[in-house]
Design a protein around this ligand. Structure first.
Ligand code: ZN
Length: 218
């Protein structure tokens, strides 16, 4: 077990490869199962959050861990989820997370321009159509299943992914406000990042997309 940013993570290493994998929302169990199955078959290193809920609870406050990748994004999320919190409550969390955020990012950044794959699930209607307006490019190969899509940060990866039978958006130059999400940080740091976002329960689809990536991205 590893600990970064006051959060526990399970680390899985399979062989030697510059692939990295990440699962961060503790209630997105389909995505977790897909990643666990994937790591038995493919090489690389995965970090999986050890937390039973979507949010991380640090009493008296809580926060969305996919908003913690910058101090600005985390502060905004803390205020939003804990409107009655004091500046001291928030400062405590900002200090705990900020202390080794860079260490977590080093563990997640693939060596040698390798690929980082993250997995998420949605259950409240979030879909690729929510991302189209703020994306740099879009390919909707599967318009009938808009809840299943990829979000990538590298134009070269997008050029390959758009040949897949799956929906994909490119966000290499994200628009809108700094939100502390990992995709935004990856775009800024030129990390090759692909988020595979599928509706909850769509195990086979999410697994197929992951395998497509293994076979078709360098
Ligand atoms: Zn998620």
């Amino acid at each position: 077990m590893k600990n970064y940013c006051g959060i526990r993570f399970q680390e899985i290493q399979n062989g030697k490869s510059n692939r990295r994998y990440f699962w961060i929302h503790g209630d997105e169990l389909t995505a977790r199962d897909v990643l666990l199955a994937h790591m038995k078959k493919f090489q690389g290193r995965a970090l999986l959050v050890d937390n039973p809920t979507r949010v991380i609870k640090m009493p008296p406050v809580e926060f969305d861990p996919n908003r913690m990748f910058t101090a600005v994004g985390l502060e905004r999320n803390l205020k939003r989820l804990n409107p009655n919190s004091t500046p001291e409550d928030r400062q405590r969390v900002l200090a705990v997370v900020g202390k080794d955020r860079e260490k977590l990012l080093r563990a997640l950044t693939p060596p040698g321009n390798g690929l980082l794959t993250v997995v998420h699930n949605n259950s409240r209607g979030y879909s690729v159509t929510d991302e189209v307006q703020i994306s740099n490019d879009v390919s909707l190969a599967a318009p009938d299943t808009p809840n299943d899509f990829m979000l990538c940060t590298d134009p070269k990866d997008f050029a390959l992914l758009r040949k897949s039978p799956f929906n994909v958006v490119l966000q290499s130059d994200p628009k809108g406000e700094e939100d502390g999400s990992f995709s935004r940080l990856a775009a800024g740091r030129k990390i090759r990042y692909v988020n595979i976002e599928c509706a909850k329960g769509r195990f086979d689809t999410q697994r197929s997309i992951m395998e497509w990536l293994e076979h078709n991205l360098p």
